[in-house]
Design a protein around this ligand. Structure first.
Ligand code: GDP
Length: 297
């Protein structure tokens, strides 16, 4: 389960605060130290931890606590609010183009979960939002990737647009969009190529697709289990492509949660969805407040 250790540590820190009729500066210092350790242990980015702890400290010694009738509760509230803000505050909704189809480009490293997430997203859009999606196979370098998307599409009963490995990804994407218009489909989800590591060719190709297709959303798919690496990958992709949101996959297997807590703060891009398993219905909209509540118990 995600955030296991962090939740345990933060909850025990917070328990000490509950019911306190008076919160001294010493109490705040001790709490801040424990929060800091808990976050670092969860593999949260060092600078993010520093800023976070500073904010909590400032607020916890301020008037909102001192003047409160229940200062202990007030401190807990502050931690929760700041944790929610750290993860992006409000839930971030998916874009809807005024002139359908809405085009979503999925980018990320190979193995991050792009193809699976493309399928999951199509499934979610159809099931929850009653939309008609089209999946598009733009990874022309790996026939296995095209097969995989086709299998996912078949499993879900969602159409897949592919032109094999001979065609150019930009042409495929453009033709897919035209096809969606002709068929009155309202979402086009483009599964792009990935590499094991970031390289210039990949970035150039993704930039070319972006410039030609003008997607409404660019979702960066990152593997939460890779921790700090996920944050670095996110920074690099975002630097080149200016992504509109992040999908964190494999949160079901990420016991620490560092990426989930750092990515928003480092990239300033919202986490839109989280992958909670391999199955095609295991994608959830990301709710910062609910996640904070889950962590703080
Ligand atoms: P791609 O190379 O980026 O397209 O990655 P794939 O979609 O092929 O996914 C790589 C592996 O990660 C597959 O075995 C998926 O089943 C698995 N995977 C994807 N998302 C999740 C998730 O949210 N949780 C878990 N546990 N596995 C996932």
């Amino acid at each position: 389960m995600a955030f296991e250790g962090l939740a345990d540590r933060l909850q025990s820190t917070i328990k000490k605060m509950t019911g306190k009729g008076k919160v001294t500066e010493q109490d705040v210092k001790e709490m801040a130290r424990e929060v800091r350790l808990a976050l670092l242990e969860a593999d949260v980015n060092f600078k993010v931890v520093k800023d976070f702890v500073k904010k909590i400290k400032e607020r916890a010694v301020g008037a909102e606590v001192i003047d409160s009738l229940t200062p202990g509760q007030q401190v807990i509230k502050i931690v929760k609010e700041e944790l929610t803000a750290l993860m992006g505050g409000e839930q971030s909704k998916i874009a809807v183009s005024e002139r359908p189809p809405t085009v979503i480009m999925m980018v990320g490293l190979q193995g991050a979960g792009k193809t699976t997430t493309s399928g999951k997203l199509a499934n979610l859009l159809r099931k929850k939002h009653n939309r008609k999606p089209l999946l598009v196979a733009c990874d022309v370098y790996r026939p296995a990737a095209i097969d995989q998307l086709e299998t996912v599409g078949k499993q879900l009963g969602i159409p897949v647009f592919s032109q094999g490995t001979e065609a150019n990804p930009v042409d495929i994407a453009n033709e897919a969009i035209q096809h969606a218009k002709d068929e009155h489909l309202d979402y086009v989800i483009i599964d792009t190529a990935g590499r094991l590591h970031i390289d210039e060719n990949l970035m150039n190709e993704l930039t070319t697709i972006k410039n030609n297709v003008s997607p409404d959303e660019i979702f960066l798919v990152v593997d939460a289990m890779t921790g700090q690496d996920a944050v670095n990958v996110a920074e690099t992709f975002d630097g080149v492509l200016d992504v509109s949101g992040v999908v964190l996959t494999k949160l079901d297997g990420d016991t620490r949660g560092g990426a989930a807590l750092s990515i928003r703060a480092v990239t300033n891009k919202p986490i839109k969805f989280v992958g909670m398993g391999e199955k095609l219905d295991e994608l959830e909209a990301f709710h910062p407040e609910r996640m904070a509540s889950r962590i703080l118990g």
